[in-house]
Design a protein. Structure first.
Length: 422
């Protein structure tokens, strides 16, 4: 049995959905297929959440845009406008309408999970119905009946023991009964209170890793719109090189520093059971992509570049000019943890502690305000964080040209720079 994962770009419109079917048809083994929300649905549902909490009167209009997007895909995929999928999609949107019909009484992260998670449910119901309609038999699986988590909304922690038991019960038994394609959602799970949770942004890769681990899969394949794992994001580099084979360790390093092809949490459950991970193109599915396994021989052959934009550099120092000691650091880390702000880079000096984080409209300024109660705080925004694996001076010069470097860090294999445009 293999696990496939298709991201939002692979189901962004009706023709893309049809292509997913063509890719699946190339494989005659048992498959568990994990699918993300369609196109930019997650972003657009986030706007619904923001509007709802801001009480700006635009929530219904933003939700209607999401409805219209999915309806247009349905209309193109299904000639029969009385097909049950139309009613299913309508009823799925009702889940959001129930959530937003009254004023918010729960915290942001909880509301986010209940609304944004619907994107994955919509996409998988539509794709499943279309594949069945065209003769590619599959079984739709609600992953919330499998992946069990705590109630840390927006970054839920997996209950591995219970999830493995449920994966065997809900998925393995269906495969054993001859249901060869199980189609399910990425990114989401369920808490013991039966509330929907999410695994962190771009968590569908992690979902595939969880299922592969729990089902002892032969392999995982992540289907992308690129030929494999590249040494840089094509958005920032005109010329990129495909990494044919890298190790689990190298993949973890790249993911940790922000490589967008693989979610940082994906590798560990695969490495634990030596399950290879393939990154392949859904545009050219017969071509070789990238394989990630235990082989380390090719890790340092090609330098890799990772760009994180919209960064904030926060510098924290004591108000009385004293040293930043362990007790202060413990308090500072506690504040970051309480607000769910991930540190991308940190640097400690005698009287200051600097961190680079992603800008988050809900979290960043709230954290800064809280830090100011006990510390002197300065910050710079609109920055970029660049990481180079297996660097040399030529690669450094390439990325720092015409930039002001605010923070520079180097180790034997990795160079990192927090920069802004001159």
């Amino acid at each position: 049995m293999k696990v496939f994962k298709f991201g939002g770009a692979s189901v962004k419109d009706a023709s893309a959905v049809k292509n997913v079917g063509e890719v699946i048809k190339l494989h005659d083994e048992n498959l568990v297929v994990v699918i993300s929300a369609m196109g930019k649905t997650t972003n657009n549902l986030e706007k619904v959440v923001e509007s709802y909490l801001a009480k700006d009167g635009k929530t219904e209009g933003k939700l209607n845009q999401v409805k219209d997007f999915h309806t247009s895909i349905l209309n193109e995929l299904f000639e029969n406008k009385k097909h049950p999928i139309f009613n299913e999609v309508h009823n799925t949107f009702v889940e959001i309408e129930w959530e937003i019909e009254d004023e918010a009484v729960r915290e942001y992260d909880y509301i986010y999970d209940q609304i944004v998670s619907v994107g994955e449910v919509l996409s998988t119901k539509i794709v499943s119905a279309y594949l069945n309609e065209t003769g590619l038999s599959n079984t739709w699986q609600d992953i919330r009946n499998v992946i069990q988590t705590d109630n840390t909304h927006r970054n839920a922690k997996v209950d591995w023991e219970l999830t493995e038991k449920l994966a065997q019960k809900e998925i393995q038994t269906k495969i054993a009964k001859g249901q060869s394609v199980i189609l399910t959602q990425g990114f989401i799970g369920s808490s013991s209170e039966l509330f929907t949770t999410t695994l962190g942004r771009e968590g569908s890769d992690f979902s595939a890793g969880i299922l592969a681990h729990c089902l002892n899969a032969e392999s995982v394949t992540i289907w992308k719109d690129v030929p494999g794992m590249l040494n840089a994001d094509p958005k920032w580099f005109d010329e990129t090189t495909k990494l044919d084979n890298i190790s689990y360790h190298e993949a973890v390093e790249l993911a940790y520093y922000g490589a967008s092809v693989i979610h940082p949490k994906t590798i560990k459950p695969l490495h634990n059971k030596n399950i290879p991970l393939f990154v392949k193109s859904f545009v050219s599915p017969k071509n070789d992509g990238t394989i990630i396994n235990q082989n380390t021989q090719k890790d340092d052959l090609v330098p890799s570049f990772i760009f994180k934009m919209n960064q904030v550099l926060i510098s924290i120092s004591a108000k009385d000019y004293s040293f930043i000691m362990e007790d202060s650091l413990s308090h500072i880390f506690g504040l970051f943890s309480e607000r769910g702000v991930q540190i991308n880079l940190m640097q400690n000096a005698a009287i200051s502690f600097s961190v680079c984080v992603d800008f988050d409209n809900q979290k960043t300024m709230s954290l800064i305000d809280e830090l100011k109660k006990n510390y002197k705080v300065l910050y710079n925004d609109a920055l970029e964080l660049v990481t180079i694996r297996h660097y040399d001076q030529k690669t450094i010069d390439r990325v720092t040209l015409d930039k002001e470097i605010l923070v520079e860090q180097k180790s034997r294999q990795t160079a990192r720079f927090v920069m802004k445009q001159n």
